[in-house]
Write a protein of this length. Structure first.
Length: 255
């Protein structure tokens, strides 16, 4: 009896010492309306990849406050692919999007974007003014931002999801944000780059928190392509054996 008890205790000890499985994280970029044009990365392709990855949990670019809205209402404010994923993976999806601290508990509506007393309404007017400012247009052009945006557009309209995961688009976005931070600093438009940076940071933090809360599981994060670089960079810098960043689609099986 003592011998059997010793064997049992030994087995428990071995099980306790066995390293846990890493959390597998796939950060899948979405292209919003470009999915309708890009034949190499359609809405159907995105859904096929999501299902093939077989995630335990999913983070999508919808704010937590809006996650329970009906699909018709969400369709007025959010990319259709985010809504389709939410509706297709019931019980697995968490909203990780963010606009601003002032609006995070306010359900999305047309008013929060048009009311000039809100931070989002003021930002919308600021963007309009910036697009009409000839000096800022010239500074953007001199810095090469239009060329970056053209290259982003080319990639968005032609690359497959596999090609996106290689990071070329991420590098362009990283450089665009760096240039915008420099150009808009100490100008009336600094709030624009500050908003973009803060939104990216909060989306990244929300995604990282989702990963943290789901150890040893498969986590799928779907964000617009322009939000992917910061999140991927953050995951890479962790250098933890507890997290495995999926960087290709080798898990896809042939039909």
């Amino acid at each position: 009896m003592k011998y059997l008890l010793s064997i049992f205790c030994l087995l428990l000890l071995i099980a306790a010492c066995k390293p846990s499985q890493p959390t597998e994280v796939l950060v899948l970029p979405s292209l919003h309306g470009a999915h309708e044009i890009n034949e190499n990365y359609t809405y159907g392709d995105l859904m096929k990849i999501a299902k093939a990855f077989s995630p335990d949990v999913i983070g999508v670019e919808i704010r937590p406050i809006d996650m329970e809205m009906n699909s018709d209402t969400l369709d007025l404010y959010y990319p259709i692919e985010m809504i389709r994923v939410r509706d297709s993976f019931s019980g697995k999806v968490t909203g990780i999007d963010f606009y601003s601290e002032a609006s995070k508990n306010v359900p999305v509506s047309r008013k929060i974007f048009t009311d000039t007393t809100t931070d989002l309404g003021r930002l919308k007017n600021l963007v309009k003014a910036m697009q009409m400012d000839s000096l800022m247009i010239k500074r953007d052009a001199d810095a090469g931002i239009p060329k970056i945006q053209e290259e982003q557009k080319r990639i968005a309209l032609t690359y497959s999801a596999e090609e996106f995961l290689k990071g070329e688009y991420d590098s362009l976005t990283r450089e665009q944000y760096r240039l915008e931070d420099s150009i808009y600093r100490n100008t009336p438009y600094e709030a624009y780059s500050r908003f973009n940076n803060n939104r990216d940071l909060q989306i990244t933090n929300n995604a990282l928190e989702l990963v943290r809360k789901n150890p040893s599981k498969k986590v799928l994060i779907i964000v617009g392509a322009n939000h992917r670089n910061r999140l991927v960079d953050s995951l890479k810098t962790k250098k933890s054996t507890a997290i495995k960043l999926i960087q290709n689609l080798s898990f896809m099986t042939a039909d």
